[in-house]
Design a protein around this ligand. Structure first.
Ligand code: GLN
Length: 280
């Protein structure tokens, strides 16, 4: 029997994923990934016939998506800022709201000569977005997980970003000597008892990147405690946190001596990022 065409494969996949939000876009992403082509190609060449191996590879990707695996893991990539980042189950899937940290860092710091660290970098999203915008900065990216650091350094290579230096270790312990102008982190902050951890995409993401003790605040507390000894006078700390944690995070920042402490809202108008500055 002849193989099926691109058009037929898309129709079948949409039928299989029917009921999943985003069935059409997922079908396109999966087929483009299986064929190694762009989504535009699918609509330019709808009559192209899949080879047997393309079809069975496509079926295997579709099966994984049907089992609930996040689309980013199945196709192995996710867009963040202007970059395409490789992702796998060792790293959190970059979220759009995390771009708020990148925007703030770019707007606060001078364009030249800054030393900045991204703690718990995962796929490298924050560090690499900053590196792409500010080739003159020295950026340090740390993670406790060697598997995550492999993903992040692959992403630095594939995006041709040379000004990011990777180090393995826990929060500020991985940082080099010498003061930094800014420390940024999107640490784990979900309460371990939160039922969302057993739903949707979160089921497949590394638990250590999502959830922290003390109702989710433990790692944020550690970072706030450690950061001042690594920051220059006037240096900044920027943290992503849960939408109900802003008051607690601001209190921790103030009690550790940070000034100008404030919280910013994400695109959904939820408290998402808090920041503070060391006295100069
Ligand atoms: N923002 C993510 C979520 O709620 C969690 C990311 C994190 O813990 N840093 O899905």
């Amino acid at each position: 029997m002849d193989g099926i065409t691109i058009k037929q494969a898309l129709r079948q996949a949409q039928h299989t994923l029917y009921g999943n939000a985003g069935a059409q876009i997922d079908s396109e992403l999966l087929l483009a990934s299986a064929l190694g082509c762009t989504r535009t190609h699918l609509y330019t060449w709808p009559e192209q016939v899949l080879t047997t191996s393309q079809q069975s590879y496509f079926d295997s990707l579709l099966d994984r998506r049907v089992m609930g695996e996040p689309i980013a893991y199945v196709i192995g990539e996710r867009e963040f800022w202007t970059l395409t980042l490789r992702v796998n189950r060792h790293v959190l899937i970059p979220r759009p709201e995390t771009e708020l940290l990148v925007e703030m860092a770019l707007s606060i710091l001078p364009a030249q000569g800054q030393r900045v660290a991204d703690l718990g970098t995962g796929s490298g999203a924050i560090a690499l977005a900053l590196a792409s915008e500010r080739p003159g900065w020295e950026i340090y990216a740390s993670d406790l997980s060697a598997d995550a650091l492999r993903v992040a350094s692959d992403n630095a290579l594939s995006n041709k970003l040379g000004n990011v230096f990777f180090a393995q270790g826990s929060w500020c312990e991985a940082l080099p000597a010498g003061p930094l102008h800014m420390i940024i982190s999107n640490p784990p902050y979900i309460d371990p008892h939160d039922s969302h951890l057993s739903q949707g995409d979160l089921r497949f993401e590394p638990r250590s990147a999502l959830s922290a003790e003390e109702s989710g605040i433990a790692d944020i507390r550690t970072i706030i405690t450690q950061a001042p000894t690594h920051l220059s006078p006037g240096g900044w700390l920027l943290l992503e946190h849960g939408y109900e944690q802003a008051t607690a995070v601001r209190a921790l920042l103030v009690s550790r001596g940070f000034q100008d402490v404030r919280t910013l809202q994400d695109l959904n108008d939820l408290d998402r990022v808090s920041l503070g500055q060391m006295p100069s």
